[in-house]
Structure formats: C-alpha cells, structure tokens
Design a protein around this ligand. Sequence first.
Ligand code: NAI
Ligand code: BGC
Length: 272
Amino acid sequence: MPSCKVHESLKGQKAMVTGANSGIGRGIALALAEAGADVLINFYSDPTAAAEVVEQIEGLGRRGLAFQADVSKEDEVLAMFDAMLKELGTIDILVNNAGLQQDAPFHEMTLRQWHRVLDTNLTGQFLCAREAVREFKRRGVVPEISCAAGKILCISSVHELIPWAGHVNYAASKGGVMLMMKSIAQEVAPARIRVNSISPGAIRTPINTDAWSTPEAYESLLTLIPYRRIGEVADVGRVAAWLASDDADYITGHSLYVDGGMTLYPGFATGG
Ligand code: NAI
Ligand code: BGC
C-alpha cells in the first residue's frame, strides 16, 4: 500500500467525527488531525478505544477530546455539541460516520432491527448535521480558517446505490443518507456550507469481519472489487481530509465512491 502524506490543509480547524473509536471513523479522525485539525472523538461504547485515539491525536500535536453520546438520541447530541463549542470553541467539519448493521432475512427482520439501524444511520446523521448547520450559520465564514462556513461529510455506502439482500434496513438507511445529504446541500449552499458523502465499498473494519477474515471469504469478496484489494481505513481518511479542505471548495452535494470499482457492475466485466 503506498502511503500518501496529507499536507496541513486543515490547520486551525475544529472537527467532530462520530463513531470515531473504531474503523473508518478512527481512520478519518487521524487523517483530519494529520492535516491540522483538532478533533472531538465521539464514541458510544468502548471508552478505552476512544482514549487511545485521543492519545494518537495529541501525539500529532493537535487537541483531541473524547465524548460519549448515542447519535440517535437528541439530548445526547445536543450535549455533545455543547461540549464541542465549550471545549474547542466552534465546529468547522462534521463527519457523520457512526453506523451499524443489524442483518436479517427480510421476512424475519424485526421492527426493533429496522428502527435501530434507521435511528443510528439516518436519524443520527440528521441530528448531528442540524446542530452543525446551526453553528455554521451563526458563525459564518472565517476566511483565515476556510473559504466555507462549514463542511459536512456523511459516511454513506455503495449500498446507497447497490441493493443488498439480507440488509434491507441498512440499504434503506444509506439510500436515505444520499437524498438527505443532497437536499441539505441544496438548502445550505447559499450560506457557503458544503455537504457531501463518502460512499465506501468494502473497507477492512469490525463491521464486516465475516467478509475478509478467512481466505475463502476474502477471495469471494475480491470478485466484487475490480481493483482486487479490500479498502483500508486510511484510503477513506485521505479522501475525507481532502474533501473537507478548501482544495475541494467547489464540491457540494456529491457522493464520492471510494470502492475500488465495486459500483462498476463487476459481473459485466466478462459478460453481458
Ligand atoms: P465500525 O463498527 O468499526 O464503526 C462503527 C462505529 O459507529 C463504532 O465506533 C460504533 O460504536 C459507532 N456507533 C454505532 N452506533 C452508534 C451510536 N448510536 N452512536 C454513536 N456511535 C455509534 O464499522 P465501520 O466500518 O468503521 O463503520 C463506519 C461507517 O462506515 C458506518 O456508517 C458504516 O455504515 C460505513 N461503511 C462501512 C463500510 C465498510 O466496509 N467497513 C463500507 C461502507 C460504509
Ligand atoms: C457494509 C460492509 C460491506 C460494504 C461492501 C458497507 O456499507 O457496511 O459490511 O462490506 O458495504 O458491501
């Protein structure tokens, strides 16, 4: 894997990453810190892992702050934003990353499984985005910091586009994220707020251990990936740091697939 260095394009910016004690969120938090941002690490469980990420961020010379909140609970999200403003002063970048799967064959899916996934993956992103937009609008553009008044990155999935049998609640949540993101982007663009999604393919994290942890599973996964390797969290981290930076200032309402070609209909490479 080539290691590409991110330059300090986010110097002085304050970021919040939800679900940042694990997987993609952790990778993004570290990439934003490497690019110069101070970062609030939201976690829901495993405070030890959150503290480790904070320590790594401080090792990079930035401020890190861990905050426990369930993103699907309005009062907890409001408390998290209060802490963000009190401790870090403002917010420039929100990364809506927290998410989960609760898989089941459709005819066996319980209402609880449906709600848990929609509440976290979609409502959680709504609640955090709303609070971020409130602060972005209150503060406006600070030209020394960024040409935008604020940036929101929604972590969606290739499954906002690719239907996924056995994961109906999850695909529905990510499809919802796609049009929520685009509609917010359309509404807040005049206030110089950029809203985009990163839509990963298969990235090696705890959410999909079954898909990569045995040689057989990994071989089968590769048939879905033209680029012929699984994604790593750093692949997503680098894209997030760039998309949040002024280098991407004219991009809003876009869903960027970081998927090694998973959305290229790999089954048609030899057929059709
Ligand atoms: P992960 O399981 O390592 O991380 C998910 C994080 O979200 C964990 O820190 C978890 O504690 C947190 N979380 C779950 N419910 C929460 C809640 N109610 N409040 C606050 N935090 C909560 O998995 P991964 O892969 O890093 O997932 C991160 C995001 O990336 C998710 O939105 C997922 O849907 C998305 N994604 C993952 C892909 C993959 O292949 N790993 C591909 C496409 C999208
Ligand atoms: C899912 C992973 C899956 C990937 C590609 C993600 O949204 O969370 O479990 O490996 O999509 O299918």
